[in-house]
Design a protein around this ligand. Sequence first.
Ligand SMILES: Nc1ncnc2c1ncn2[C@@H]1O[C@H](COP(=O)(O)OP(=O)(O)O)[C@@H](O)[C@H]1O
Ligand SMILES: [Mg+2]
Length: 512
Amino acid sequence: MFATLASFARLLRAVLTLARHDAILPAEYQSVYPAPARMAGRVMRLLARRRQAGNPGERLARALESLGPSYVKFGQILATRGDVIGERFARGLARLQDKMPPFGDDKARTVLEAEFGAPPDTLFSELGPAVAAASIAQVHKATTSDGRTVAVKILRPDIERRIARDIRTLSLGAALAERFAPASRRLEPRKFVETVSRSLTVETDLRLEAAAASELAEAAAVAEGYRIPAVDWTRSTKRVLTTEWIDAIALSDTERLSQCDLDRPELATRLTRAFLATALDRGVFHADMHAGNLFADEAGRIWAVDFGIMGRIGRAERRFLALILHGFLTRDYMSAARAHFAAGYVPQHHSVEDFASALRAVGEPIFGKRADEVPMSRVLLQLFEITDLFDMRLRPELVMLQKTMVQCEGVARQLDPKHDMWGAAAPVVERWMKRELGPEGRIRDLGEDVVRLHDAVRQLPRAIEDWAEIGAKLKAGELKLSGGPRIRPWALRLAWLAGAGATGAMLAWLAL
Ligand SMILES: Nc1ncnc2c1ncn2[C@@H]1O[C@H](COP(=O)(O)OP(=O)(O)O)[C@@H](O)[C@H]1O
Ligand SMILES: [Mg+2]
């Protein structure tokens, strides 16, 4: 009871903050509201002290920043839903800043002591002041007791409790919105808050971030000049993540970057290849590739930090991506289309020629223009529209890859305005084609088929037993199929025969 009241009070505070920024029913959209909403909007604007600067998305961003970490995450995820909130609004919202004043070094030491159950100097001979602070954690430069320089990321004290409280408030808001604001239903508010909650839970367990870093470090081996700092597992816990310190310049630090003698086009190429190669070859990618998380060192290598969001992409989706990119790169739309039909991605009632033609409609314009004028991410977006037309269901992981590609392309362009993502991607795609579709890949595919078949055969005796049991019960009248058609003995016999036939065929196939 008390908790619910407290949630109501907090929700009210959040609503007032949003209203003060004119971010609930923004004046700009006045003309499309029904009359009561227009009225409510006017009343809320009375609360806004003065006219707020910026477009509605930017105003919402500022309001959420002032409300704290959970709201910032809420905004970050909302910004990826341009399909519901409108692309312009989403772009404004995407400017969310996640900077906060650091909590003191003493508090940092207290967290370290609580986590390791020993004074911090037993593990770190020196702990410098925070070099960066955000709403969930801050990072210190430190020296370990064995003399290595490391980065120590420490969760804000009490952050878990605060997030739990905020999630209760957001859930209440979502339930109310779903009930009383039909317009919000397209976003599925309750499910949306669940997504926010899950993402915050992951981000407040730094062991998961450590695991992601180590997984990505392994994957990064497939790309030249792409590095991930090594995790110091003995100095990492749920609330502390210690990684090797990287002496490099953040790609967001444009001033320092321009003063250095770095081969910027080469850096841009490395970045593109790093992203695509880890995704295609290993099925994982860094999914938060903004310039503040990427660094370039003196040797021209790219380093990535911050592994709160990992992208994953399954084998079938990797294959889809590689074949499509290869089709575009070689302008061979027919082969790309055939490969899709053969793999069963496009339902058979569609025509392969029509599909190839749709691919051509997306691909050909690339060749009339300079490659740097046709972002690969935009081409993929158009492709998604086509796949919709052909009843292909794209997995959310491909959508996430496309959104990360937008980021990656942006950073690469900032390094080298003439960066040609297509040219940079070509060798990665080529290599994939050779490996996966060449003899080596075919043998592996065959191997996987045999394993799948073997699993299926192993499950068969169990299935047959189940059938026998069901059959016996049906006969004895212990089991009735309510509402369904009555199963006649001859139908059962037929099912038995079919089962036995299939088993025989599979065993024969395996024996061959
Ligand atoms: N291993 C590292 N070496 C050097 N600096 C680091 C390292 N890890 C993090 N940092 C610095 O700390 C900042 C914040 O770290 P990050 O993991 O991105 O946290 P957040 O999730 O708060 O963005 C980075 O932008 C970078 O400047
Ligand atoms: Mg970061």
